[in-house]
Design a protein around this ligand. Structure first.
Ligand code: GCO
Ligand code: MG
Length: 401
């Protein structure tokens, strides 16, 4: 069996996605997600120009060898563009292997370790009251875990808060300029979770995403202030490359910490894991080397009783979500899976077998990943440039978004 074709599909059904489709000489297809929000065409070109030609004629069953060939063989290792491209190839090869075996990918990973994948929904609002009404909607929809983001009074364009309806931060031919005030954020956020606990009681799992904006000591202060409300996690208090600052947070608070959505390899989260500086590792199948590499990261985490909390935003495609769900179902140390629904047009371009019911997701039992890209439908939604916002302090200094 040989890889006979490798096609890159760029499409914008509600938002931009890149998919890799591999076809074998006997007609088996496999898909991988190659979406890197705001830098989509860089990955598309990396695949088309440098990776696809090298795949032709290779044995699709040699998943591990192909991974090493693309990682070590490129000489210039790592980085989000390279790793997203490798992820897409790896995921597409697992899809092919599953189809050839006649088994869903989670069976090849050891089989189901649980009956369903606990998902967390997003709730947001311009005010606490609005956000809590959104939490109530998610709870009514069955979710047992909800992330809450609320606009900080006096801070325009707070991260995570939609412009009415579906939250989609990437838009426009240049990044939107937003403002940020750590002082206002820190004095406001604990009141949101106090109100949430009052309204929803002790059982609902509450999550919050700080989105890389604090220093170590600021995050420590926030973690302490949130302790009475028993958060499931405080996400990305600061950029993951600052391992020392995570050590500082750990000295001050027992609020659980999740990080890793922008981490692209095991090397970048090794110290966070082995020093137990985080409680949940959020690396994604789309950006951290596909199913093969994600399993290595999650296995390392398991040695330290650290659980998984895979990134699952609507800017990873349904292919990425399907692949994540197969891993989630099989690994011993699964924690939670982010679940942001995709726009309807995206579900149409990427028909899938995974399903959501009553707080839990399941990848389905079709052979392979159980997801595809409909190339005719994809062609109806041409790429539109869309960038993530930037954040500035009130004096104009560029801050982390
Ligand atoms: C999350 C993330 C996203 C990111 C987005 C960037 O926790 O879901 O922080 O919302 O902002 O994936 O592309
Ligand atoms: Mg996040």
């Amino acid at each position: 069996m040989k890889i006979a074709e490798a096609r890159v599909v760029v499409t914008c059904p509600g938002r931009n996605f890149v998919a890799l489709k591999l076809v074998t000489d006997d007609g088996v297809t496999g898909v991988g997600d190659a979406t890197l929000n705001g830098r989509e065409l860089a990955v598309a070109a990396y695949l088309r120009e440098h990776v696809c030609p090298l795949l032709l004629g290779r044995d699709p069953h040699r998943i591990g060898d192909t991974w090493q060939y693309l990682y070590k063989g490129g000489y210039w290792r790592d980085g989000p563009v390279t790793m997203t491209a490798i992820s897409a190839v790896d995921t597409a090869l697992w899809d092919i292997k599953g189809k050839v075996a006649g088994l869903p990918v989670y069976q090849l990973l050891g089989g189901a370790a649980r009956s369903g994948v606990l998902g967390y929904a997003h709730a947001n609002g311009a005010t606490t009251a609005e956000a809590l009404d959104d939490v109530a909607r998610q709870v009514a929809d069955g979710y047992r875990a909800v992330r809450i983001q609320v606009a900080v009074p006096g801070v325009e364009g707070t991260y995570g808060v939609g412009h009415g309806g579906h939250y989609e931060p990437a838009h426009g031919a240049a990044p939107e300029e937003t403002t940020w005030s750590t002082e206002r954020y820190l004095s406001f956020i604990p009141s949101v979770f106090e109100a949430a606990r009052e309204r929803f009681g002790p059982d609902l799992r509450l999550l919050h995403d700080v989105h890389h904006r604090l220093t170590g000591i600021e995050a420590a202060r926030l973690g302490k202030a949130l302790e009475p409300y028993g958060l499931f996690w405080m996400e990305d208090p600061l950029p993951a490359e600052n391992v020392d600052a995570f050590r500082l947070i750990r000295q001050h608070t027992t609020t659980p910490i999740a990080t890793g959505e922008v981490v692209t390899s095991i090397w970048h989260c090794r110290d966070l894991i082995t020093e137990q500086l985080v409680d949940y590792v959020r690396t994604s199948v789309t950006h951290a080397g596909g199913i093969t590499h994600l399993r290595r990261i999650f296995d390392l985490a398991d040695l330290y009783r650290i659980r998984t909390g895979s990134h699952g935003p609507s800017d990873s495609s349904p292919v990425g979500l399907a692949a994540a769900l197969h891993v989630d179902l099989a690994v011993p140390n699964f924690g939670i899976q982010e679940h942001m629904r995709h726009p309807t047009e995206a579900d149409e371009v990427f028909p899938h077998a995974y399903r959501y019911a009553d707080g839990y997701l399941h990848p389905g039992d079709e052979p392979g990943l159980g997801v595809d890209v409909d190339e005719d439908a994809a062609a109806r939604f041409p790429y539109r440039p869309a960038y993530l916002p930037v954040a500035r302090l009130h004096d104009g200094t560029l801050h982390d978004w």
